[in-house]
Ligand binder design. Structure first.
Ligand code: PMV
Length: 357
């Protein structure tokens, strides 16, 4: 148990309270793949917080006559009850109840929606867990004197217990999660902002190409488990930490070429881990590879600082600084949209994290 995150007991006079927070998705530049209990990363990771792809969540806390052993909640996602989300939330509430025991005195009515296209293959667990954690901490702050910093730390801590990468969606534009010799105040329990990065990185765009909008073939829960007994796991964890050590000075210097090299290596290593696990799988589609080749050719021909990264799926995240946004968008329209389902993409930009709405 982490003593500093244990909340006070519920107040004597319980009252209904409504909280509404939104949280963005994030895209890892150095990937987290492999964990130990409870949701502790095997290596440090670093991400861009996004701004347009986000989840909006409302929680109504209604007092109960008698406290429950478990957290009582109902969940409506985009107007419907979704059973698979319910199971995930049950686990989440079990994990966080020791840190917010006052929740046993309330019924939570949760309503949530995403601003990105439905079933787009864009991971929503990070944004949804961060938005929910923000509502929970907002409620706790009614009877706790938190500093702003403590509030953000607790939100990131709770979000991590829902979905590891969610802890990185709380602030922005660059967040690091995990103990690492070069990350000041780095922690496995929560993410911290990366300070002193060059302003060019706060101007980055992420155009998410929707190559395959279907369900992921492999959930990240299963994916992380496949790193147990993986023949290359230990080497991968060492390499991820080394990539982060290389990336931090690159971020400070504004070294865009250095950035491209680390970010693309990380994307391909993540997928290399999937291809070499047991069971093995390939989440890239032929169109994912076509897009990567087009990006490489465009960069070589024009010298434009555009690169790609991948999540645990077939979609491609095209990353570029604002100063080359207009030519890159023209290139995306002319050359890349043909590889997307219904020519769909989401134009996102780097952002600042959670916000009341
Ligand atoms: O937070 P999870 O358990 O959904 O895992 C996320 C894993 C990746 O998205 C593939 C990488 C990352 O660091 O975000």
């Amino acid at each position: 148990m982490e003593e500093r995150f244990i909340a006070k007991k519920a107040p004597k006079n319980l009252q209904e309270f409504t909280s509404r927070w939104e949280a963005p998705s994030n895209i890892a530049l150095v990937k987290y793949w492999g964990k130990s209990e409870p949701q502790l990363p095997k290596n440090a990771s670093l991400s861009f917080t996004l701004s347009r792809a986000k989840t909006q969540t409302e929680v109504v806390f209604s007092p109960l006559e008698k406290p429950n052993k478990k957290v009582q909640f109902s969940l409506i996602f985009e107007g419907k009850e979704v059973l698979s989300f319910r199971t995930k939330l049950e686990t989440f509430f079990e994990r966080i109840l020791p840190y917010q025991s006052f929740l046993a005195h309330y019924k939570l009515t949760i309503k949530s929606q995403n601003t990105f296209p439905h079933s787009s293959g864009i991971a929503s667990s990070a944004s949804s867990m961060a938005a929910l954690a923000a509502c929970l901490v907002d409620f706790e702050s009614n009877f706790t004197s938190f500093s702003e910093e403590e509030k953000l730390a607790k939100t990131s801590f709770l979000a991590r217990l829902g979905s590891g990468s969610a802890c990185r969606s709380v602030q922005g534009p660059l967040m690091a999660w995990g103990v690492h010799p070069l990350v000041k105040n780095g922690s496995d329990l929560l993410a911290v902002p990366v300070t002193n990065s060059h302003p060019i990185f706060a101007s980055y765009h992420d155009t998410i190409l929707l190559i395959d909008k279907g369900q992921k073939q492999v959930s990240s829960t299963l994916g992380h488990k496949l790193m147990y007994n993986h023949p290359y796991a230990e080497q991968r964890f060492v390499q991820a930490d080394a990539h982060l050590a290389q990336l931090l000075p690159i971020l400070q210097q504004g070294n865009v070429d250095g950035f491209i090299s680390i970010v693309e290596k990380e994307a391909l290593q993540l997928h290399a881990m999937m291809m070499t696990s047991d069971p093995y799988f390939i989440l890239m589609h032929p169109n994912t590879l076509s897009v990567i080749q087009k990006i490489w050719a465009f960069r070589k021909e024009t010298g434009t600082s555009v690169c790609f990264t991948l999540d645990a799926g077939a979609n491609v995240h095209v990353l570029y600084p604002n100063e080359v946004a207009s030519q890159t968008k023209q290139f995306i329209d002319a050359e890349l949209l043909q590889y997307c389902e219904n020519r769909q993409c989401v134009h996102d930009t780097v952002g600042a994290g959670i916000k009341k709405y």
